[in-house]
Design a protein around this ligand. Structure first.
Ligand SMILES: *Cc1c(COP(=O)(O)O)cnc(C)c1O
Length: 401
């Protein structure tokens, strides 16, 4: 009997990809084993974060790194770090930013539900640019001169949401930001693969970059990685760690926290709700190592195989059209797009049918209004495949009547 049975919770198959709503993905056994081992001992958590910092720095090419409870948590810590610097009295005031640098500049078309994490630090988002490309009439989005015009003495940071389609390029933003001494925070939560992106945004001049640990990296669902400038990562750590300690007893690891730069021990900061336990820290570091060892090419081949087995299993069904996306380039995640052409087709009802029953199968409903469903390999394992094929065949047959 599984733990989920005892809790009365149904186990689902996730062909949608690592969505938090579906509890993320499935960790490799090496990752869960590392977490179990970590759970059996106590350590100084700052020392463990310092070790994580060295490993993340090495992998990303940044000066320092850190682990928190998700990419969103890292964005909150990053924003807080840009507001306060190393001043413990400023740290104590957040999220009240009266009199502090309390604006973050953001390209208007990059606004998204996750920017709550930035706003939670107490800043106002200053939107820049009109997404003229969206209307189809124009060709432009925000431009570097507009970003520059929005910078003031209140600007704490510029926040950039990385994506292969993002405009203007990050280097335009970092050039303007550097000229004004403003840090750039990059949300790269879902920008893996390609694994070269672990280094890319730092190379392009970002000061802090956040990645999800629970997406393609395959770490624990509640983990995220922050990397960037040593002083800013230090400011993030100072608003996240537990400092229930006397000044003279405080001996933080120097590579993470340089005590000589501090005028006092901070209080528990705004980042306290972003706690990462030793299990998450060890888990995400293990997952990161395995992610790099596997490499884009092998991972892409593994994913393509999962998609091919499903596509083959669905072949022969009349009036559906299966298109493979992302199969040619190892920087992409290979996925299937299934378009329903039969007269009674209704992708919305099909998705609902698939996710009910004793073994729910979750697919990507993004394009249901075009009668298309998506299949993503990231959270699938071999033993899921026959079930996915059987359930889709069955649901389509039922819908056709
Ligand atoms: C998934 C995602 C996040 C949140 O990441 P968590 O690790 O779940 O906190 C933030 N921003 C973007 C663009 C994302 O795709």
């Amino acid at each position: 009997m599984s733990i989920y049975d005892t809790l009365g919770v149904i186990i689902a198959i996730n062909a949608k990809g690592p969505a938090t709503r579906l509890s993320g993905g499935i960790m490799r056994s090496e990752v869960s084993a590392a977490m179990v081992e970590a759970s059996r001992h106590c350590v100084d958590i700052a020392e463990l974060q310092a070790a994580a910092s060295r490993i993340i720095a090495d992998i990303t090419g940044a000066e320092a790194g850190y682990v928190a409870s998700g990419a969103s948590a890292c964005l909150l810590l990053a924003t807080a770090a840009c507001i306060t610097g190393l001043d413990p009295s400023r740290m104590a005031r957040l999220p009240d930013t009266t009199g502090l640098k309390n604006e973050v500049i953001m390209i208007r078309c990059q606004r998204n539900f996750y920017d709550h994490a930035v706003r939670a630090a107490g800043v106002t988002i200053i939107e820049v640019g009109l997404p003229d490309r969206y209307s189809g009439a124009g060709v432009r989005d925000a431009e570097d001169w507009e970003i520059e015009a929005a910078i003031s003495e209140r600007t704490a940071a510029i926040f950039y949401v990385a994506d292969s389609q993002a405009r203007p390029p990050l280097t335009d933003i970092t050039r303007v930001a550097k000229a004004h001494g403003i840090p750039v925070i990059v949300d790269a939560a879902a920008q893996l693969p390609p694994q070269s992106n672990l280094k890319r945004f730092i190379d392009e001049g970002a000061d802090l970059v956040a990645f999800s640990g629970g997406k393609v990296i395959g770490g624990p669902q509640a983990s995220g990685i922050l990397c960037g400038r040593r002083d800013l990562v230090m400011a993030a750590a100072l608003q996240h760690l537990d400092f229930d300690i006397f000044w003279d007893m405080w001996q933080p690891p120097a590579t993470l926290i340089d005590k000589s730069r501090m005028k006092g021990v901070p209080q528990h900061g705004i980042g306290r709700p972003c706690k990462a336990g030793k299990e998450e820290i060890v888990g995400v570091l293990t997952a990161l190592r395995l992610f790099i060892e596997e490499g884009d090419a092998t991972r892409h081949t593994r994913w393509k195989h999962l998609m091919d087995v499903i596509a083959d299993g669905l072949s022969g069904i009349n009036d559906i059209e299966i298109t493979r996306h992302g199969f040619a380039n190892t920087s992409d995640i290979p996925t299937l797009d299934i378009k329903l052409h039969y007269a009674s087709a209704n992708a919305g009802t099909l998705v609902n049918a698939l996710q009910s029953g004793p073994i729910p199968v979750h697919v990507d409903p993004m394009f249901r209004d075009q009668n298309r469903i998506g299949i993503n390999p990231v959270c699938l394992i071999e033993e899921h495949l026959p079930v996915v094929v059987h359930r889709i065949r069955d649901a389509i047959a039922t819908q056709r009547g």
